[in-house]
Design a protein around this ligand. Structure first.
Ligand code: 6PG
Length: 473
């Protein structure tokens, strides 16, 4: 018997993906560097479908039907290269290697080009949804050639999450496009999480609510336009009590957020592409600040306003509006980056399709994504989601509350970098004139960097050190 597809790397993500494939009736070859894991998988879950365990790479490759579909689920970076180097020599032209890890898209581009030379399709694939998603239906973002998608797409769509019968999987674009989109997905995830964290902090310190009460607020929000996986699990985490101390769980966890790198990559890439993603950047920096224990300890006695509950009864509703508005900004920035990446690398990514496959399965799944899908359906080439009819109206409706929340945070000394940067982005885009004109004047003054004028074409320079006449340059 041959396997339709094979998975090597059977840590929890790989194992659950293999089980998902088997459960959908696809015979799946399974391999792991240490054979004990392969054996354990088959022993524990062999009844779920057809697994073909392989002890060696040769055996694994031999058990795959042609063209071979080989999924690698190992750590990003050097371990991925090592596995590719191990398997590629055993493959033939037309075979496919799917990398389902969180690889950097630049690595994926490099690997795709190298393997293409040998006739092998390398399919960098974003997979989101954690362990549960991998098992029950993730959101899948495959890059690579259109030809490889013909052979892989039906299988991947079969095991992906479904929303209204539509699979949360589509061909994103060539080479690194899939991993690029997954990277931005994670950047948005960071931003979403940071905004939720700030909402919690303000409900606690401005409105004086206890974690269990805040959990109820999030539960209520989860029945409305903010309905999403992240809001749902936030309520769960806040309602949880630590068994050892009886305290709210959130009060016994060390307040230093960690990160594995995808959020940082999103920001680094945005800087290279010249795309303003302040919401994502502040989310990454907020994690970074939290982790600088020494810096925080040294700064603890700096003066600030006394903290005490100051908010009125309607404050939670204002926070809801600030959260929704800031979330719109976070997604607008993320999609801007996707469009810029797509243009830079010639990927031709369909933004509306990305919103569609993020509606289910992934960490940022939310009712909201269907709004974004609709926005791109209404205007596929819109430069920003902010001007979509629905979003523009929501921003207009939220803005008073949004400003009030940011002002309150500043007044009582609760950091709200996500809300503040989102509002600043909104106001920057709305502004008739920005002080960038002054920046240009300064640059021209100290470095003769020149400026353009509002009333005439061309580049100009003022003789600042002389009689201050203007010259064309
Ligand atoms: C997903 C997640 C996943 C990642 C977490 C953790 O889409 O399923 O994005 O890929 O492991 O986001 O990332 P950090 O450790 O950087 O927070």
């Amino acid at each position: 018997e041959t396997a339709r597809i094979g998975v090597t790397g059977l840590a929890v993500m790989g194992r659950n993906l293999a089980r998902n494939l088997a459960r959908h009736g696809h015979p799946v070859a399974v391999h792991n560097r240490t054979a004990a894991r392969t054996k354990a998988l088959v022993e524990e879950f062999g009844g779920e479908g057809t697994f073909l365990p392989a002890e060696t790479p040769e055996q694994f490759v031999a058990s795959l039907e042609r063209p071979r579909r080989l999924v690698i689920m190992v750590k990003a970076g050097a371990p991925t290269d090592a596995v590719i180097d191990e398997f590629a020599p055993l493959l033939e032209p037309g075979d496919m290697i799917v990398d389902g890890g969180n690889a950097h898209f630049a690595d994926t581009r490099r690997r795709e080009a190298a393997l293409r030379e040998r006739g092998i399709h390398f399919v960098g694939t974003g997979i989101s949804g954690g362990e549960e998603g991998a098992l029950h239906g993730p959101s899948i973002m495959p890059g690579g050639s259109a030809e490889s998608y013909e052979a892989l797409g039906p299988l991947l769509e079969d095991i992906a999450a479904k929303v209204d019968g539509t699979p949360c999987c589509t061909h994103v674009g060539p080479d690194g496009a899939g991993h690029f989109v997954k990277m931005v997905h994670n950047g948005i995830e960071y931003s979403d999480m940071q905004l939720i964290a700030e909402s919690y902090d303000l409900l606690r310190h401005a409105a004086g609510l206890a974690p269990a009460e805040i959990a109820e607020v999030f539960r209520t929000w989860n029945t409305g336009r903010l309905e999403s996986y992240l809001i749902e699990i936030t309520a769960e985490v806040l309602a949880h009590t630590d068994a050892a101390t009886g305290k709210p769980f959130v009060d016994v966890v060390l307040d230093q957020a960690e990160q594995k790198g995808t959020g940082r990559w999103t920001v680094q890439t945005a800087l290279d592409l010249g795309v303003p993603v302040g919401g994502i950047a502040e989310a990454v920096f907020a994690r970074s600040v939290s982790g600088h224990a020494d810096l925080r300890a040294a700064s603890r006695n700096l003066p600030g306003p006394a903290r005490g509950a100051v908010a009125d009864a309607g404050f939670a509703d204002k926070v809801e509006k600030a959260l929704y508005a800031s979330k719109i900004v976070a997604y607008a920035q993320g999609f801007h980056e996707i469009q810029a990446g797509s243009a830079e690398y010639g990927w031709n990514i369909d933004s509306g399709a990305m919103a569609t496959i993020w509606r289910g399965g992934c960490i940022i799944r939310a009712r909201f994504l269907d709004r974004i899908r609709a926005a791109y359906e209404a205007d596929p080439s819109t430069p920003t989601l902010l001007t979509d009819d629905h979003f523009a109206e929501a921003l207009g409706d939220a803005q008073d509350a949004w400003r009030d929340v940011v002002a309150t945070a500043a007044r009582i000394g609760v950091p709200a970098p996500g809300f503040a940067t989102a509002l600043a982005y909104y106001d920057s885009l709305r502004a008739d004139r920005l002080p960038a004109a002054l920046t240009q004047g300064q640059r021209d003054f100290f470095g003769a960097h020149t400026y353009r004028r509002v009333d005439r074409d061309g580049s100009f320079h003022t003789l600042w050190g002389g009689d201050r006449t203007e010259v064309t340059s």
